[in-house]
Design a protein around this ligand. Structure first.
Ligand code: BGC
Length: 751
């Protein structure tokens, strides 16, 4: 079929809101104030504003789980950084989470120096990784990790969780969060897979935008909000080797199609900061890539906020990527490419080199002025000039019962029932053997970024939290819960003891778990779960009902044991209430509704996502298994059953400015109320760029009473059917599109 190409400009899809007149006035006043400040500021002061240090470089004592109060600021180092070197931003925790009260002391000491003892009195911009709740504040509410939140398919819930995260982070005196992670999880080996919203770009876009709204709200200066950071721009999550911070080869079209949209949505939500990808894309380290950081981000996407580097990444242009023969050239490359703030974070080499570069005329001071303007603007908008200090009245806002209830609800909605051969739900009088390394570990429930960076220090977790074992003991009764470790993360086993205990049990619940990790400590070279854990399951396959629960950072392969199990639950990292949520799911206290946000692979070398190409699965006499996952993207069972019918699609051809309005009837044909996520997949039958087999274009959770039928209506613009065409613009090509919802199928035509 001949098709004409109709390009859409990026502006159409990005769509910026216009500011109201009174907002414009206030903005003018801030612009004037910043211009005046810049006139007064020395080059050293300006470059200091672009420098970001980690708290560890300014501390003398370290908090530990034995002595959480041991952290101390080093007064001399702090004074040197803020007063002598004019540092503009400080980040991070030192070693492990502080109490809200300790945070107040730290931030107060920092702001005292900045606002009382410097010429310009510019407050410090403090930033932190509140990745799943305010995970570096001891009393804060932690939530399931992003990958779990993606399984809920619930944007409102995601927004609410991030709003709590913002409130509790700000209550500690910290106004800036390094989240949400908007990298799309296309590489299951990658150590940060659990930080993503999964493999689908549409889900990452919708949930990422919800996260930004929750964090930033409508007034950044309010005590309830923080500035958000969309990270890591761009193409971080798909390294060839799967190892963190290693190179990715991503054709321009693929980069735009699968990785750009969540960032575009975040910019549309006015996200105030963007953090740069530490890796190389197509041979160029992103920290030195003017095309990505300036032409694309500022030029096409119209991003107005602050671009912050990732950890030591300016230096690494020299020491790791080797695109700069020395640190000075590395500094020049990064600043010319478009960074604003350098996460140095341990020394002043960036600062010194940048001052030299400007003095030598190799970087224009106007460029520095533009950058500092953006940083100061963020400080003004956060209200830091007016109120730099933490508010002691807010400490009580950290960690309340309402927030805990939200986390509990998120944990429940995030669990995915993958398999149930009529063994679940369990009767309340069942005698259960709990075994596996995930049974008695809070770390396994939380994952990394929990009280410590890697999340593995069990002693750092609040005493009141329950492991899976403790939750089962409490809810089921100790007399009906048996426990054996079975296998541990150090590779050890106690199979004989587990087998002996299993004799006395009616049901075996095996909680396999990957030891939490993130970034380079989480690199692996085999997606298969460690063999001692797989052997444990094989030993326990003795005929009794065997249920597998998976606490993991990414989809670790379980193919060789899945067949032995009668029930399987993907639990990911459900957070502090994960233990009771798992118990409640297994015993039918609630009806599971989670849906896989990724394709669960069957084979180590067949890691195709659901939206692969037709040619990936070319059927031939030699190979009919091009795509053969263990569990498909979107899979997730319920204790009731749903059927789909009456798909209704626009009968007449649509034009490109139309909306697609469609509806489908979903019936609950089982005996209890349940929640189903309706996924709308669309396939472009023929296109100038080989189309994927299907793409998710819309989704909705619906709760339906037993025996009832709901009509679910969707409406989205025809431009949502666009793909990045031969010239890398989003285009909708006229022709037929197949719509697939459950087992319902139909065709729409676009003219
Ligand atoms: C991570 C970032 C994080 C930063 C600050 C880096 O190592 O890649 O995601 O925000 O550290 O802690």
């Amino acid at each position: 079929m001949m098709r004409s190409l109709r390009p859409f400009s990026l502006a159409l899809t990005v769509g910026f809101a216009l500011a109201l007149p009174h907002e414009l006035k206030a903005q003018d006043a801030v612009d004037d104030a910043i211009s005046l400040m810049l006139i007064e500021m020395s080059l050293e002061e300006k470059v200091g504003q672009m420098t970001q240090l980690t708290l560890g470089a300014l501390s003398s004592g370290e908090a530990t789980s034995e002595n959480p109060e041991a952290h101390q600021l080093d007064a001399d180092k702090l004074r040197h950084a803020i007063v002598d070197r004019h540092v503009g931003s400080i980040i991070n925790v030192h070693n492990m989470a502080f109490s809200g009260e300790h945070w107040h002391k730290v931030i107060t000491a920092i702001q005292d120096l900045a606002t009382k003892e410097t010429k310009q009195k510019i407050p410090i911009l403090y930033g932190i990784d509140s990745i799943h709740g305010a995970n570096y504040i001891r009393e804060a509410t932690l939530f399931p990790q992003n990958l779990n939140l993606a399984a809920t398919r619930n944007p409102d819930l995601v927004e609410q969780c991030h709003a709590v995260c913002a409130r509790e982070t700000r209550a500690a005196g910290i106004p800036w969060n390094f989240g949400p992670v908007l990298d799309v999880g296309r590489q299951p080996l990658w150590s940060r897979f659990f930080e993503t919203y999964g493999e689908d770009v549409h889900i990452a876009t919708v949930l990422g935008a919800a996260a930004v709204r929750g964090l930033q709200g409508s007034d950044l200066s309010s005590t309830q909000q923080v500035a958000a950071t969309a990270k890591h721009f761009l193409g971080y999550s798909n390294p060839i080797s799967g190892r963190d911070r290693t190179q990715a080869l991503l054709p321009e079209r693929y980069l735009r199609e699968h990785f750009l949209p969540p960032f575009m949505a975040a910019v549309k939500e006015n996200v105030r900061a963007v953090m740069v990808n530490s890796g190389e894309v197509n041979g160029l380290p992103v920290h030195a890539n003017h095309n990505i950081l300036t032409k694309l981000l500022r030029g096409q996407m119209k991003f107005k906020g602050v671009v912050v580097t990732d950890w030591e990444d300016v230096k690494k242009l020299h020491s790791l990527h080797r695109v700069a023969p020395n640190l000075k050239e590395a500094t020049r490359l990064a600043v010319e490419a478009g960074i604003d703030l350098c996460m140095a974070p341990n020394d002043f080499q960036f600062t010194d080199h940048l001052i030299e570069l400007v003095n030598e005329g190799l970087i224009l001071e106007e460029l520095i002025d533009q950058t500092v303007t953006r940083i100061l603007r963020l400080k003004f908008d956060l209200g830091l000039f007016a109120k730099p200090y933490p508010d002691s009245g807010l400490l009580k806002e950290i960690g309340n019962e309402q927030a805990a209830a939200l986390s509990r609800q998120a944990a429940r909605q995030s669990l995915v029932l993958l398999k149930n051969e009529n063994v679940l739900p369990l009767a309340k009088d069942t005698k259960i053997l709990l075994t596996g390394p995930g049974c008695n570990s809070l770390a396994a429930l939380h994952g990394a970024w929990s009280y410590t960076w890697q999340g593995t220090d069990e002693a750092a977790y609040p005493k009141k939290l329950h492991t899976v074992l403790e939750a089962f003991n409490e809810a089921h009764g100790r007399d009906k819960v048996l426990w054996a470790r079975g296998a541990q993360w150090d590779g050890s086993t106690d199979f004989d003891y587990a087998l002996k205990k299993a004799q006395d049990a009616d049901v075996i619940v095996c909680v396999l778990a990957e030891e939490p990790s993130t970034e380079t400590p989480g690199n692996i070279s085999d997606l298969t779960l460690p063999s001692n854990q797989l052997r444990l399951v094989r030993k326990l396959a003795m005929g009794k009902p065997l249920i597998l629960v998976l606490l993991e950072n990414r989809p670790r392969l379980i193919t060789e044991i899945a067949g032995h199990c009668h029930g399987i639950v993907y639990a990911g990292h459900p957070g502090p209430h994960g233990g009771s949520a798992i118990y409640d799911l297994l015993t039918g206290e609630f009806n599971p509704s989670g849906k896989l946000p990724f394709t669960y692979p069957r084979d180590p070398n067949l890691l195709l996502p659901y939206d692969h190409k037709f040619s990936d699965t070319a059927d031939s006499a030699h190979d009919d298994k091009g795509f053969n996952p263990l569990y498909e993207f979107g899979h997730g069972l319920s204790y009731t059953t749903f059927t789909y019918g009456n798909l209704s699609l626009p009968p007449d051809p649509l034009i490109q400015l139309d909306s697609v309005r469609l509806s489908v009837k979903v019936s609950n044909t089982g005996t209890r109320q349940g929640t189903e996520t309706v996924h709308v997949f669309v396939r472009d039958l023929f296109a100038s760029v080989a189309p994927p087999v299907k793409r998710l274009r819309a989704f909705r959770r619906v709760t339906i009473e037993a025996g009832a039928t709901e009509t679910v209506i969707f409406e989205f613009p025809v431009i949502d059917l666009a793909f990045f065409g031969p010239r890398n613009y989003p285009i909708v090509e006229p022709g037929e599109f197949e719509v697939m919802i459950g087992d319902q199928k139909g065709t729409i035509v676009v003219e």
